[in-house]
Design a protein around this ligand. Structure first.
Ligand SMILES: [Zn+2]
Length: 235
């Protein structure tokens, strides 16, 4: 095989690997964001329940002070009982007390139902806290794994870059320039194999005479259409 062609083919293999590694490195932040999803979601859910628990706590307190007020009024009314002279006044007085007693029972019922709700939400809160903790642990492990992967990818990249320099040193300057132009212009492939008289870079037919020359692999040939370097690969 033509020495330059051989070097170009090998350079393409290296560059394909470098591009694939670069893509993987680029996708790391997005993958990290994806890993953060369950943690963020659990946190948001926890916050929502916390807000509900706080609201219920406030409601319980306000109901308790309402209860205290009602009890206060009842006590004061009862103290005044001795001062009442007429039956009619006494009846009205008792009715007033009864009214406050009724609202006291109503408030007590309300407190009870708030407490039941509070209990249920507190259980839910504990569950959510466990979920957040678990999600956080998982995220930490995933972050660690990604960090290791990043290191590994960078090390791999360095190895390929060193290897690349060695190959580039052996390639004719003009040929290398041509290769680089193609690589940038054509999405990372500058050297492609041929198969059944077709350029596998652009799927265009190769004239028979040119194909015969390519098959020998002893010269530098390019596709008429996409200009990529062509070579023949034993099937
Ligand atoms: Zn082509």
């Amino acid at each position: 095989m033509n020495e330059q062609l051989k070097l170009l083919i090998e350079l393409q293999v290296i560059d394909t690997a470098i591009l694939s590694i670069a893509e993987k490195i680029e996708s790391l932040p997005e993958r990290l964001e994806q890993f953060k999803g369950p943690f963020k979601e659990a946190n948001a859910s926890l916050l929502k329940i916390k807000t509900q628990v706080e609201a219920l706590g406030k409601r319980k307190k306000s109901k308790e002070s309402e209860l205290e007020e009602a009890q206060d009024k009842i006590n004061k009314l009862k103290l005044r009982s001795k001062e009442i002279k007429t039956n009619k006044e006494y009846e009205a007085h008792l009715k007033e007390i009864e009214g406050f007693e009724k609202s006291k029972y109503r408030i007590e019922d309300e407190i009870l139902s708030v407490m039941e709700e509070l209990e249920a939400f507190t259980k839910e809160l504990q569950k959510e806290e466990t979920r957040v903790k678990k999600a956080e642990e998982e995220l930490k492990q995933q972050e660690k794994a990604l960090e290791e992967e990043k290191k590994r990818l960078h090390a791999e990249m360095e190895t390929y870059k060193t290897k690349r320099k060695e190959f580039v040193a052996g390639i004719d300057g003009e040929l290398y320039e041509q290769y680089m132009n193609l690589l940038k212009r054509l999405g990372g492939t500058a050297v492609v194999p041929t198969k059944n008289e077709i350029c596998l870079g652009c799927n265009t037919n190769i004239p028979p005479q040119l194909y015969n020359d390519i098959k020998k692999n002893d010269g530098i040939f390019t596709c008429y259409y996409c200009k990529r370097f062509l070579y023949y690969k034993e099937q």
